[in-house]
Design a protein around this ligand. Structure first.
Ligand code: PMP
Ligand code: GLN
Length: 385
């Protein structure tokens, strides 16, 4: 018989809940994806690229103009001094995460993963025969617990994975948080910080995204990953990028070149042309999605506050956690499935996003990257609770 490399993995909770939504024709506030289209100007640039691109391989690291513009963009927002050599275009952030872990994890190396977290981290470590070490975070927004992080570090620790703005925790790391981590890692320069920053442009209440790339003591050994899918409301594009110091990105590229070699060239040309337009005409500020999503967050938060679900106000991302303990004592998976059948709204139960699932967790996650009318329809149904 063939021996599975991931014997304990099934299909992801996101696939499972989206399939349920399709099957019963429910409103899908589960898997994170917008139900509206990207800005027509981006589409125009992509269409032009389809008509005029060479349709042949991009360079291995990606289109040079695009990488230069991305360096400009990060330098603009984070006051960094990056250039195109620090950037590699990837097939979405998921591939960047996989390649980053594969670049540095040898059998038995430990990777610290803050629990709960995005679902691909743990299998990417296991696939490389590494050891995922889950560190619990502090509910309800699941902020990092630095004492526990410190305690989890051993001689075998090789990577710590951070995600800010955080999915599903929905908190945002402050500069002080980063400095706490830098302090903890000050004598361990061998530990790489893999920072998942795909929601960089969705931060609320006037707060700002702080990238690991701007933190002294961390930036030299960091890899930050991003996704155009989030920036442009287009999760289906599956294109993103990884950013790191020359030494680190060189190791990353060695793996990347044998995983995909190079990423969809037409998309890269179209995106480069759009970002050039943005840089010349509007300024990179227009990429920020915070005000747009804050209105949706506030609408959903106020509506849910009137129900027996207790919403927890997100600091960033397009997700909101809600505590349902006043409504039911059932485990979250059962509750989410019943909710879908009863009122026709699909959500994500939180426990599958933990490595060590806490007992008595009564939380679901709702995605508010939806048209106002979708959110209104969902709220009308959720108000029956
Ligand atoms: N990290 C986090 C925290 C995410 O929520 C997601 C996406 N959905 C990703 C990574 C993956 O991004 P992509 O779709 O570009 O692979
Ligand atoms: N990141 C998305 C979410 O959290 C899901 C992406 C996926 O399905 N792989 O909902």
């Amino acid at each position: 018989m063939h021996r599975s490399k991931l014997p304990n993995e099934g299909i992801t909770i996101f696939s499972e809940m989206s399939a349920l939504a399709r099957r019963i024709n429910a409103i899908n506030l589960g898997q994170g994806f917008p139900d509206f289209t990207p800005d027509q100007t981006v589409i125009k640039h992509l269409r032009e690229a389809f008509l005029h691109s060479t349709h042949q391989y991009a360079p291995m690291k990606g289109n040079e103009k695009l990488r230069k513009l991305l360096a400009d963009k990060i330098n603009f927002f984070q006051n960094t001094k990056l250039n195109e050599e620090n950037i590699t275009i990837t097939a979405g952030a998921t591939q960047a995460i996989f390649c980053a872990i594969t670049s540095f994890i040898h059998p038995e190396d430990e990777v610290i993963i803050l629990d709960p977290g995005y679902d691909s981290y743990r299998p990417s470590v296991l696939f490389n025969s590494g050891v995922p070490v889950a560190v619990p975070s502090q509910p309800p927004l699941f902020r990092p617990d630095f004492d526990r992080i410190k305690d989890a570090i051993t001689d075998k620790t090789k990577i710590i994975i951070v995600n800010t703005p955080n999915n599903p925790g929905t908190h945002v790391w402050t500069r002080q948080d980063w400095e706490n981590l830098a302090d903890i890692l000050s004598r361990r320069e061998d530990i790489i910080v893999l920072s998942d920053e795909v929601y960089e442009h969705i931060v609320f209440d006037g707060k700002k995204h702080v990238s690991v790339l701007s933190i002294d003591g961390l930036k030299e050994r960091a890899i930050a990953v991003y996704s155009f899918g989030k920036t442009f409301h287009a999760t289906g594009w599956k294109i993103g990028y990884a950013v790191a110091s020359n030494r680190i990105i060189h190791e990353f590229d060695k793996i990347h070149q044998y995983v995909v070699y190079a990423v969809n060239n037409v998309m890269q040309e179209g995106l480069a042309s759009y970002l050039e337009h943005v840089k010349q005409h509007n300024g990179f500020e227009v990429l920020d999605q915070s005000d747009f999503f804050q209105k949706k967050r506030d609408f959903l938060y106020e509506a849910l506050s009137k129900t027996r679900l207790k919403p927890i106000k997100p600091e960033g991302t397009y997700f909101m956690l809600a505590d349902y303990s006043e409504l039911s004592d059932k485990p979250d998976m059962e509750f989410a499935i019943e909710l879908a059948h009863k009122i026709g709204v699909v959500t994500i139960p939180l426990s599958p996003l933990f490595i060590n699932q806490p007992k008595e967790l009564r939380m679901i996650r709702l995605c508010f990257a939806k048209k106002d009318e979708t959110l209104e329809q969902a709220v009308a149904k959720l108000s029956q609770l």
